[in-house]
Design a protein around this ligand. Structure first.
Ligand code: ATP
Ligand code: MG
Length: 286
């Protein structure tokens, strides 16, 4: 029988949709995933397993799944034999310490001899140790942010993205312990066939991510301005330059990164670019 790579994704929750759409862009399509534990992909030797996020590191270590899409925060917390292969650029968050809003916070030593509620006991314990702080850790599995208000804890250690959950619960973020994003991770022993499938998957993922981070840009400019404009365009290999029907003018095509976009557009206009078009890239083979 043909070998299949088993990829675990979150069954439901914040990572689910992002994981499924990323796999889909990589050509890995599954039929009605949600109600099943395991779903075979069409046209690619992969099976997708739908699991609780917090259980995935153990399943990877045991070889139940071969790879997974998982928050780095979970990888760090669970301390299993799993390895981050590639960061995936979504579900960005940080693991932070927060205290009631009206606290006069003086620094990490404020936490000495306090009670802290968290779903991340291992990561918190390590942080406290590194900062030479003795504090009491209360492990709870969800809704950590209500702990101070019900008198269960003095502060919390929890994931934060916008900070609105903290705000709603009258808490303020005082220390960032680590930053996290979704990542492709792998378990300890994949056989040769699975490694080959994983390599193909990684190649596709990188192409998808490169295309998400870049735009295709076209513009027109008088020939004497072309050198200045090329100096403004960062990265990639040299742009394509083609003569326009109008004497003395050229069309220039290039790829620019999303993050440089607005800065570059301004400079292009200053340097005489006209008719600028910016187009999303469907796939970018890396
Ligand atoms: P499980 O699947 O085990 O129930 P969970 O309840 O911890 O996991 P979610 O709350 O859906 O799952 O979070 C999944 C992941 O999404 C987190 O581990 C983290 O990597 C990421 N994430 C991003 N932003 C946030 C945020 N503001 N709060 C919580 N998690 C976040
Ligand atoms: Mg949950």
């Amino acid at each position: 029988m043909e070998e299949k790579l088993k990829i675990a994704v979150q069954k439901s929750g914040r990572l689910h949709d992002g994981s499924i759409s990323l796999l889909k862009e990589c050509g890995i399509r599954i039929d009605n995933g949600r109600d099943q534990l395991i779903a075979p992909a069409r046209d690619f030797p992969v099976e997708v397993l739908f699991l609780r996020n917090s259980d995935i590191p153990q399943y990877l270590e045991d070889g139940v799944a071969d790879m997974a899409i998982l928050g780095e925060n979970v990888v760090i917390e669970k301390q299993k034999q799993v390895e981050v292969v590639e960061k995936l650029g979504f579900s960005r968050c940080r693991l932070s310490l927060a205290v009631p809003k009206n606290t006069e916070y003086t620094g990490p030593e404020w936490f000495k001899n306090r009670k802290l509620a968290t779903s991340y006991p291992n990561t918190l314990e390590k942080y406290l140790e590194e900062n030479n702080i003795k504090a009491e850790i209360h492990e709870i599995s969800g809704s950590v942010e209500i702990a101070p208000n019900i008198g269960l804890a003095d502060g919390i250690c929890d994931l934060v993205s916008s900070g609105s959950t903290l705000f709603k619960n009258n808490l303020k973020e005082v220390e960032v312990m680590l930053r996290s994003e979704a990542a492709l991770v792998k378990g300890p022993d994949l056989n040769r066939e699975k490694v080959a499938i994983a390599d193909e998957l990684l190649f596709r993922l990188r192409s998808v991510m490169a295309s998400r981070n870049n735009k295709y840009i076209l513009l027109n400019a008088p020939n004497e301005k072309i050198d200045d404009i090329c100096n403004v365009l960062p990265g990639m290999k040299s742009p394509t330059i083609m003569p326009l029907a109008m004497e003395g003018w050229s069309s220039l095509h290039s790829v620019i990164s999303e993050k440089d976009f607005w800065a570059v557009i301004g400079k292009l206009k200053e340097n005489g670019a006209q008719g600028i078009l910016v187009i999303p890239i469907e796939k970018m083979v890396v």
